[in-house]
Write a protein that binds this ligand. Structure first.
Ligand SMILES: Nc1ncnc2c1ncn2[C@@H]1O[C@H](COP(=O)(O)OP(=O)(O)OP(=O)(O)O)[C@@H](O)[C@H]1O
Ligand SMILES: [Mg+2]
Length: 254
């Protein structure tokens, strides 16, 4: 279980998290949604202390992350996969070497890192491209390589920060369907910051809606979107109804 309790983060510009609490059962997938600037990325980063909470507590499997020493924190981070909005691949390394790099950096042998990387690339459908220059890949392919890099060492916790937000809309569905498949096949606990309501409905066990640094509503995605109780929830429900409306008319016309 990942548990965040009453986490507060204050930047010089103001409070980004204001008593943020979240519980994610082991092996489940939670979608975190909310308007731009509400603190989603800060919440995700504070789980691994890329942002240090000013107060509150983060625990993972009963261990207090907020109280960990630097070496304990580094060990914890090795079990966490990260996928960001931009793939951040290193352009002078080929595809497989990009996936290998974090594992070699923490002391895995080149052979083992290569083996794990090839398996992860196969998982995301990029194994045939292993020796290619990353500069020749499309945005969606780069993001698939970044996903392979995040899952290669079998993390028990995967944090996703808007992994499709920088992609051309025609590529978004490829990455979302890959994420949906991984959410079913991997045993990892997943926290997914996303605006993709369709993904939340298909893949998330729970949806957490944020506003101004705190959770305003949470629950099963279909229940929350069918009967939203907050302004944020009503806005997502409207967006969903708008996207689905033409489809309903087409179905009715059949
Ligand atoms: N490193 C930082 N230093 C100072 N202020 C920050 C920092 N990171 C975030 N903030 C501020 O904290 C608030 C929350 O930001 P955050 O990036 O967590 O929001 P978000 O919900 O992820 O937004 P978006 O949907 O645009 O990614 C914002 O007001 C932002 O300007
Ligand atoms: Mg963000």
């Amino acid at each position: 279980m990942l548990r965040m309790q009453d986490v507060t983060v204050t930047f010089p510009s103001g409070r980004a998290l204001d008593g943020f609490s979240l519980e994610v059962p082991t092996g489940s997938v939670v979608a975190v949604m909310g308007p731009s600037g509400c603190g989603k990325s800060t919440a995700l980063r504070s789980i691994i202390r890329l942002v240090e909470p000013n107060s509150g507590q983060v625990t993972w499997m009963g261990e207090d992350v907020t109280a960990m020493s630097q070496s304990q924190l580094e060990r914890f981070r090795r079990g966490v996969g990260l996928v960001f909005q931009r793939s951040n691949l290193i352009s002078r390394l080929n595809v497989v070497r990009n996936v290998m790099l974090p594992m070699v950096a923490v002391g895995k042998s080149v052979d083992e890192a290569h083996d794990l990387s090839m398996r992860a690339l196969a998982e995301v459908g990029m194994d045939s491209r292993a020796d290619e220059d990353v500069r020749g890949l499309s945005g969606g392919e780069m993001q698939r390589v970044a996903i392979a890099r995040a899952i290669a060492d079998h993390p028990s916790l995967i944090l996703w920060d808007e992994p499709t937000a920088s992609l051309d809309p025609t590529l978004v569905v490829d990455v979302l369907s890959l994420m949906e498949r991984l959410s079913r096949t991997l045993e990892a606990t997943m926290v997914v910051v996303t605006h993709e309501i369709g993904f939340a409905l298909r893949a998330a066990h729970n949806i957490v809606l944020m506003e101004a640094g705190a959770v305003v509503e949470q629950g099963a995605p279909d229940a929350v979107l069918a009967n939203p109780l907050s302004d944020v929830g009503r806005r997502y429900a409207r967006a969903l109804a708008y996207a689905a409306a033409p489809l309903k008319e087409n179905v009715a016309a059949l």
